[in-house]
Write a protein that binds this ligand. Structure first.
Ligand code: DGL
Length: 271
């Protein structure tokens, strides 16, 4: 029987974007074993209905449970914002999403109380970030908008230069006009465009990467619950996908910031 501490952390996302969260978790917790699932056959989730997102997310969780994971990190903002409560009700293991951590950080960083949130349609329309921020710091000036083109730009590696800059200018014009001082990058793909977004918004604007914030929470949770893997060796990471997309390796490397071991294909509909 595997020691509780050595059991892996399960992390899932609608596709490869969640690798930006894996990157932060590994930075914070290099000794942990990770099992990642990316639903590359059914991505994007961000354009789908709450029912479909929840249905997919339940299958993703059930798949990860087959690895005896000690906790699950929902890297996907679209799932975290639409389905986290249902997942927490249906499953007994600890499940942690990115919304609370991102909202908390934004409340801590803002000085003017003007906070911006960008994400997929599913995330923005759910108002999950907006509600969490209002609850945590009673800020009323929250500006939110979806930036759908950022997802393919990040996947194509179009993260700097004229084209992403023009698109960012268009999406963020109101955020700039209203002078938000803190902006949540509420989608797994957006950290890849952080430097372009920073250039457009100006250097005084604080960008919040919920992946960074959730990694700190995972560490805190594991430590407080004596689940922290104190092995002296680096952990191992395994990657499972519902489809192996073309050019996967190149795209994944950009998101993870380094080479990725060969992923294994799974039939997620079976779960
Ligand atoms: N991973 C998704 C998110 O963070 C973005 C891609 C998608 O729409 O599935 O919301």
């Amino acid at each position: 029987m595997e020691e509780n501490r050595e059991r892996p952390i399960g992390i899932f996302d609608s596709g490869v974007g969640g690798l930006t969260v894996v990157k932060q978790v590994l930075k914070e917790l290099p000794n942990e074993n990770i099992v990642y699932f990316g639903d590359t056959a059914r991505v994007p989730y961000g354009t789908k209905s709450r029912e479909t997102i929840t249905h997919f997310a339940m299958q993703d969780v059930r798949f990860l449970l087959s690895f005896n994971v000690k906790m699950i990190v929902v890297a996907c903002n679209s799932v975290s914002s639409n389905s986290i409560d249902i997942l927490k009700r249906k499953f007994t293991l600890p499940i942690i999403g990115v919304i609370d951590a991102g909202a908390q950080a934004a409340c801590q960083y803002t000085r003017s109380g003007k906070i911006g949130v960008i994400g997929t349609d599913a995330t923005i329309e759910s108002r999950a970030y907006q509600r969490k921020i209002e609850e945590k710091c009673s800020v009323k000036n929250i500006l939110a908008r979806s930036c759908p083109l950022f997802v393919p730009l990040a996947e194509e590696g179009f993260t700097g230069g004229k084209i992403p800059e023009m698109i960012a200018e268009k999406y963020l014009v109101e955020m700039k006009e209203k002078q938000v001082d803190t902006l949540i990058l509420g989608c797994t793909h957006y950290p890849l465009l952080a430097s372009t977004i920073q250039d457009v918004m100006g250097e005084d604007v604080m960008l919040v990467d919920p992946g960074v914030e959730v990694a700190k929470r995972v560490k805190k949770y594991l430590t407080e619950n004596e689940l922290y893997n104190d092995s002296p060796y680096s952990g191992s990471s395994k990657f499972y996908l519902s489809d192996i997309p073309r050019h996967f390796e190149k795209v994944a490397e950009n998101f993870l910031g380094g080479p990725i071991p060969s992923p294994v294909k799974v039939t997620i509909e079976d779960y």
